[in-house]
Design a protein around this ligand. Structure first.
Ligand code: URA
Length: 239
């Protein structure tokens, strides 16, 4: 890890802006390797130097990975003129510059959205060659037969002629409005809604439950998020 300025260290972790770091230094609240810090541009090595803020060690994390249970009505973007975005849901203690949603869910879709500031990870997770499956539960308005299940397994042909990759479809609850689980191996715009429409049905509600091998934490209420642990990241990529 590169050597960096002390003010950059604090801002990159979302802890304090430059101006706040100056105030904290003036109040002797920041120590570097046992010495009170007094220069914003002091060079530090975030891996090896001991940085204390009000007596507590600040652990450096190069990147942050968050698991959000997205509620309805929130857009998977960094900014939006009309609607709240997934970034508006990040609590101040987890916020840091550079966060963005890695992949999108529709505004009315709920469930697992990964938010990170690690562009390389997002790219790997979303690249088709990484084969990270995405699992959804959908409430639909028709009973699918074996024929439709087979069509999903072979590759649904959308109304515009696009041939989808094979996807798995399982019926979780059989009723007039069945609950199905669909596993996708690609991520096209409105993909599940369009696949279900091509099979003669309509999606009434859609929820993403899993990314790669990592399920959405059932303890996360809609709108809540938590950090993703390192071992869970490995589960996403299936390495
Ligand atoms: N497929 C959809 O149609 N919408 C989503 O949000 C995700 C997958």
């Amino acid at each position: 890890m590169a050597i960096m300025r002390l003010d950059k260290f604090f801002s990159s972790q979302g802890i304090a802006t430059r101006r706040e770091v100056k105030k904290l230094m003036d109040a002797k609240a920041i120590y570097v390797n046992g010495e009170p810090a007094h220069k914003l541009d002091q060079k530090i090595d975030p891996q090896t130097d001991e940085i204390l803020l009000r007596g507590k060690r600040v652990e450096y994390r190069e990147h942050l990975y968050l698991m959000l249970n997205k509620p309805q009505g929130v857009v998977s973007a960094t900014t939006d003129r009309d609607c709240p975005t997934v970034l508006d849901l990040v609590p101040p203690e987890l916020f840091r510059p550079g966060l963005f949603p890695a992949g999108r869910l529709d505004k009315d879709t709920t469930g697992f959205v990964l938010i990170t500031d690690d562009g390389d990870f997002a790219h790997r997770m979303l690249a088709p060659k990484s084969h990270v499956p995405k699992v959804y539960q959908a409430r639909i308005n028709v009973r699918f037969t074996e024929t439709q299940i087979r069509q999903f397994a072979e590759g649904v042909v959308l109304k515009d002629g696009f041939v989808c990759l094979p996807a798995e479809l399982k019926i979780l609850e059989d009723s007039d409005q069945p609950l199905v689980e669909i596993t996708l191996h690609e991520g096209k715009y409105h993909q599940i809604k369009r696949m279900v429409a091509a099979s003669g049905g309509k999606v009434l509600a859609l929820h993403r439950v899993k990314l790669g091998g990592l399920p959405l934490d059932p303890n996360l209420a809609p709108g809540a998020m938590r950090e993703i642990l390192h071992k869970e990241l490995v589960q996403i990529l299936g390495e």
